[in-house]
Write a protein that binds this ligand. Structure first.
Ligand code: 5RP
Length: 223
């Protein structure tokens, strides 16, 4: 079995009638959105908001009712993937480039469920490059600041062009190897003008992580 689909299927069980649901981005969230679509076709009544244009498009294809942000005042549950999860449930996210919108949804959700395959569970964050969303203006200067922090930074490319986020920004991927003090690093990164948001998700309120395994088992970490 696909462990991503296993985790996604379990997470979707937490959705109830009447909820406002935040939709994540990426290949694991893809499975969740498809499953939510299935439940909607069977009568589940929800409204959803998406963390990327791609997930919004998929939600439309799955006939999931979408709400405008002007029409909601809260999000009940967000289901999203992650690139790494440590034992304190700190995350690296943004491999798909949607970290800013994902963080806004997670921060404003009563409950966030992170769905991963078991390979994403780590002792220390940092093997996966840390994505940082930055303004395109003077990106070379922002890059130089990240070099000073020993981030070994690279501007993300898509084919031969710079990757552009749904917000019109760029992503710089940093290679810190081992992030032993994620809060300290996050604070330093946010002090750099030009950094809009980082892929470090620390103390996201009400985070529960569901890890899926190839044998169909799931492991639930957190609340
Ligand atoms: C997108 C993300 C994704 O959730 C993360 O990259 C995991 O992706 P996948 O589910 O494809 O492994 O943060 O910005």
């Amino acid at each position: 079995m696909d462990p991503k689909a296993v985790a996604a299927e379990k997470a979707v069980e937490y959705i109830e009638n009447g909820m406002v649901v935040g939709l994540g981005t990426g290949s694991t969230s893809y499975h969740a959105i498809r499953k939510i679509g299935e439940r909607v076709s069977q009568g589940l009544r929800i409204r959803a908001v998406a963390s990327s244009a791609k997930s919004e498009q998929l939600a439309r294809e799955c006939r999931i009712p979408l709400a405008a942000f002007t029409a909601i005042d809260h999000i009940d549950i967000t289901i999203d993937g992650a690139d790494e999860v440590d034992r304190q449930l700190n995350l690296i996210k943004g491999g798909g480039g949607a970290l800013l919108r994902e963080k806004i949804l997670a921060y404003n959700s009563k409950q966030t469920i992170i769905i991963v395959d078991d390979s994403k569970l780590v002792d220390t964050l940092g093997k996966f490059p840390l994505p940082i969303e930055v303004t395109p203006f003077a990106v070379e200067l922002t890059l130089a600041q990240l070099e000073r922090l020993k981030g070994n930074p690279y501007i993300r490319m898509a084919q031969s062009e710079r990757f552009v986020t749904d917000n019109g920004n760029l992503i710089i991927d940093c290679h810190f190897d081992a992030i032993r003090a994620p809060e300290e690093l996050n604070t330093k990164l946010h002090l750099i003008p030009g950094v809009i948001e980082t892929g470090l998700f620390l103390h996201t309120p009400f985070t529960r992580v569901i890890a899926g395994y190839a044998d169909g088992a799931t492991q639930i970490l957190g609340a």
